[in-house]
Design a protein around this ligand. Structure first.
Ligand code: SF4
Length: 329
């Protein structure tokens, strides 16, 4: 990638302190943390779709929110177009907010139920004071509704979120996210709450908007088939760490990390005659509070070796990808 990244994270961490009981505090027991994101570094380039995939609870949603500074990082750095935004104040962040937007997973919760569709879409314009007259604002709202195919706009502007279907609500969320012509969007499982029959339509709308405004997307998903369809590059997360990252086709076709291999083996294939090696993945995901020593995947890894229980593998470049596994020492 020759260009400079639009987003860069360096050793990014988000640890949530666990609430301790009275006696635990009194007797000075050690503070415990949920290590939701635990030292991840990656870059996203202009116009690309960068996927972050993994099981639920692996830290991908927290990563998206920390990058946008919707929640504060515990450690590490976030750069937006080479500017360190890790410690910017809300006031300093405000002009950048219009360039960085989010589409949430749940269109039922992400839209204010008391606001009309017009007000929901116009709100970012008002916050950023981007229009000079009500007429200009109305034109932009109508244009945004047309772009996401909620037409004719007159039929939608006076409605409220509860009067729309799930797909229509997600179109409104997309219109709101793109009305500011952002350069970077976090799309957090944007279709997982929607009926399967309308998912591809909503994704098409999102992709068209992305192309129109030349935005880059951090695409968060638990669905590897979808990641393959959508993403240029893909990172696989496990318990707060990136375990494998590279060009999407390479990660999917030639997975190197045992966790990636297990995830891919678990993807349903529509052809009943298709045979592939089943890779067993033992047990449950360990608690992000009491992380296993060494490689945090070792209790479930079919290829674990003695070193895996003691030493955490460093991420290193193998065959053009980044992989964190002792098998490739
Ligand atoms: Fe498995 Fe060891 Fe690799 Fe971890 S480091 S994924 S336990 S082989």
């Amino acid at each position: 990638m020759p260009e400079e990244p639009i987003i860069k994270t360096e050793n990014l961490k988000k640890w949530f302190p666990l609430r301790r009981g009275f006696f635990a505090s009194l007797f000075g027991e050690k503070e415990l943390y949920v290590k939701a994101v635990d030292g991840i570094s990656f870059e996203i380039y202009p116009g690309e779709i960068f996927g972050l995939a993994g099981e639920s609870g692996c830290g991908k949603t927290t990563t998206g929110r920390v990058i946008l500074r919707l929640i504060e990082p515990t450690e590490g750095k976030i750069y937006y177009r080479n500017q360190d935004i890790t410690n910017l104040s809300s006031k300093e962040l405000k002009p950048l907010r219009k360039e960085m937007q989010i589409i949430f997973q749940d269109p039922y919760e992400s839209l204010n139920p008391r606001m009309s569709i017009y007000d929901i879409i116009a709100e970012p314009l008002k916050v950023q004071k981007l229009t000079s007259s009500p007429k200009e604002e109305e034109e932009l709202v109508f244009k945004a509704l047309e772009e996401v195919e909620l037409t004719p706009p007159e039929e939608f502007i006076f409605r409220f979120p509860h009067e729309l279907s799930g797909g229509q609500r997600q179109r409104v969320a997309i219109a709101r996210a793109f009305i500011l012509k952002p350069r970077f969007i976090v799309a957090d499982e944007p279709v997982s709450m929607l009926d399967v029959s309308i998912r591809s339509e909503i994704l098409k709308v999102m992709l068209r908007e992305k192309e129109r405004y030349k935005a880059a997307i951090l695409f968060i998903t638990h669905d590897l088939s979808l990641a393959r369809h959508m993403c240029n590059r893909l990172a696989i997360m496990y318990l707060g760490k990136i375990v494998e990252m590279g060009e999407t086709e390479s990660v999917i076709q030639k997975p190197l990390h045992p966790y990636t291999q297990a995830l891919i083996a678990a993807v349903p294939v529509p052809d009943p005659d298709y045979k592939r090696g089943k890779i067993p993945i033992k047990g449950e995901v360990p608690s992000p509070v009491n992380l296993p020593p060494g490689c945090r995947f070792h209790p479930r890894c079919p290829q674990a070796m003695p070193i895996c229980r003691k030493e955490e593998p460093k991420i290193q470049e193998i065959d053009g990808k980044l992989v964190a596994c002792h098998l490739y020492r």
